[in-house]
Design a protein. Structure first.
Length: 220
């Protein structure tokens, strides 16, 4: 709005100057007259006032109609370089692998005496401790058909070894499925040369060494 007012003011001033020039031209002396000072006269042309005014007005209107577009300096923006990082990625965690814990099996040694448990008999004890069967029976006044009650204390001979065939009745180490009425002592007798306490140690059992029918236990 201010630019238009400024342009109109300029047009008004220019029109005034043109009209003033025309007035001076009309009152000037004839080119045939001479001055008292002997100045050399010069010709004064006739001005087309209306045409000049029209030209100035037209130029002003054109200037107002032409929009002035300001030059805007657009800053150049460099494209950022994205550097991949490992942030946010899941971290791989290495879990320790399961390792078998070694089981300490008690060493079977020949005792001086032994108390018969449920499911045991003299020949079973002879196999287990690598005893001479006849020496064991004689030391306790027993025969091959004797069946001492649980709680009977046997005297164990200090000499002699098993000579009545293989001590082991079943191959082991092995897995064994418990049946009703089994004990660690009866299972040891079933395998022949296995110590009941070794079965307890291999399966993490503690006194009274209770077994559940259908469970699978390790035989060392």
């Amino acid at each position: 709005m201010n630019k238009k007012i400024f342009a109109l003011v300029i047009v008004t001033i220019m029109i005034g100057l043109v009209l003033s020039a025309c007035t001076r031209s009309a009152t000037s002396k004839s080119p045939t007259d001479t001055t008292a000072t002997s100045e050399i006269p010069f010709p004064v042309g006739t001005l087309d006032t209306s045409a000049r005014v029209t030209e100035i007005v037209q130029q002003t209107q054109n200037a107002l109609a032409t929009p002035i577009v300001p030059t805007v300096q657009v800053p150049q923006v460099s494209t950022p370089v994205v550097i991949p990082t490992t942030a946010g990625l899941p971290t791989r965690v290495l879990l320790p692998t399961a390792t078998s814990v070694p089981v300490t099996v008690p060493t079977l040694s020949r005792p001086e005496t032994y108390t018969i448990q449920f499911g045991e008999w003299p020949i079973c004890i002879a196999r287990r401790y690598n005893l001479d069967l006849n020496s064991l029976l004689e030391a306790n006044n027993l025969s091959m058909t004797s069946s001492p009650e649980p709680g009977t204390v046997l005297n164990i001979p200090a000499t002699g070894t098993w000579t009545s065939g293989e001590r082991a009745l079943k191959a082991h180490p092995a897995d064994y499925t418990v049946i009703s009425g089994d004990t660690i002592n009866s299972i040891a007798c079933e395998f022949g040369d296995v110590d009941p306490l070794a079965i307890a140690a291999a399966n993490g059992l503690s006194s009274p060494y209770t077994l559940n029918a259908g469970s699978v236990i390790k035989i060392p």
